[in-house]
Design a protein around this ligand. Sequence first.
Ligand code: ASP
Ligand code: MG
Length: 403
Amino acid sequence: MGIVVHKYGGSSVADTNKISNVAQRIVESHKEGFQVVAVVSAMGKTTDDLINLANSLNTDPNPREMDLLMSTGEIVSCSLVSMAVASLGFKSIALTGEQAGVRTDQLHTKARINKMVPERINKELGQGKIVIVAGFQGVNENNEVTTLGRGASDLSAVALAIGLKADRCEIYTDVEGIFDADPNIVKKAKLLPYIGFEEMLEMANYGAKMQPRSIELAAAFNMPIVVKSSFKEGKGTLIGGENTMENDNRVNAVTVDKNVAKVTILSVPDKPGVAVSIFKPLSEKGISVDTIVQNAGSNNITDLTFTVARSDLNSTIEIIKDLIKTIGATGYETNSNLVKISVIGTGMQNNPGYATSMFGALADSSVNIELITTSEIRITCIIDENQIETAANALHSAFGLSK
Ligand code: ASP
Ligand code: MG
């Protein structure tokens, strides 16, 4: 049998009991005949704690030191998991990202993986060992420790699975898999046995709790991912790796993203160059702007509306305040009590009926739509935060997901 990569998130290794449980799972897979590589995140909220520690001493710590500090969280957990596996009587070794061959670019705290050098892991597997790898970290050309961005242990796991030519990547978490809506909001939400890469990527970008970069990477190399519970038995959700039925003519999921703030710049002069002078300073500050709507201008003025993550609203306002004077706009308005609600499904490609059903279902529930955006397989409405539950349940049943 081949290689399988497991990944355990922070909540699955939060204490020693949970670590013992993880060690059991790893050993079971080894006993089935797989060569097992397990990638682990830092225990519980360790990464947040490390960041808070750093900020209590220095509000603008050097990113190199930040990476060195944050990387320790995963080193602790991989060492402990390896010890727990060994205590069950199996040969095991813990490796840092560097030792595991994760090579990255220079960008501290959000490095990208350039390549995987699999020799060391292959050698250890060849000696019959179970290999436990510290997720979320790698090393750059200058031998500096880097981290890959928050939540990026998923990405480490997918990259390792690809580099090692594993059969699949299994992501173990505190839920049973991927649901067709958030079960905390929609009581009738159901576990999806299968979801395609494309749909999963839209879901991850529009509210589902998976790291979008890991899905992109898995899709690019066609590496199937299985998401399942580290606590309960169950098949979980298979992402990619199988052909979805073409014209599987439906919406497959409803997602909610609560991290939305809307900014409107009022009475912007309608002339060339205005959009670039607004969005360039924002992108230079690393603020990513999402939905952009420029209303039809009249009398050579127009309003310009866009959304940003709520956490970026304050820095956006700082920039906009100065900007409106230079571009000659009259002012701005913001609203951070909004959410994005999306319906996603490859079935809606070239099928305008889906938009009508979505708007109709929201109207029937008296939900006002503030903004609308679409992709080929997604329709997103921005609505008031207080209407999340009404809207999510209405859409879940309007598209037949409740059955
Ligand atoms: N420990 C890191 C974080 O909290 C990486 C991860 O959990 O995937 O962001
Ligand atoms: Mg995590």
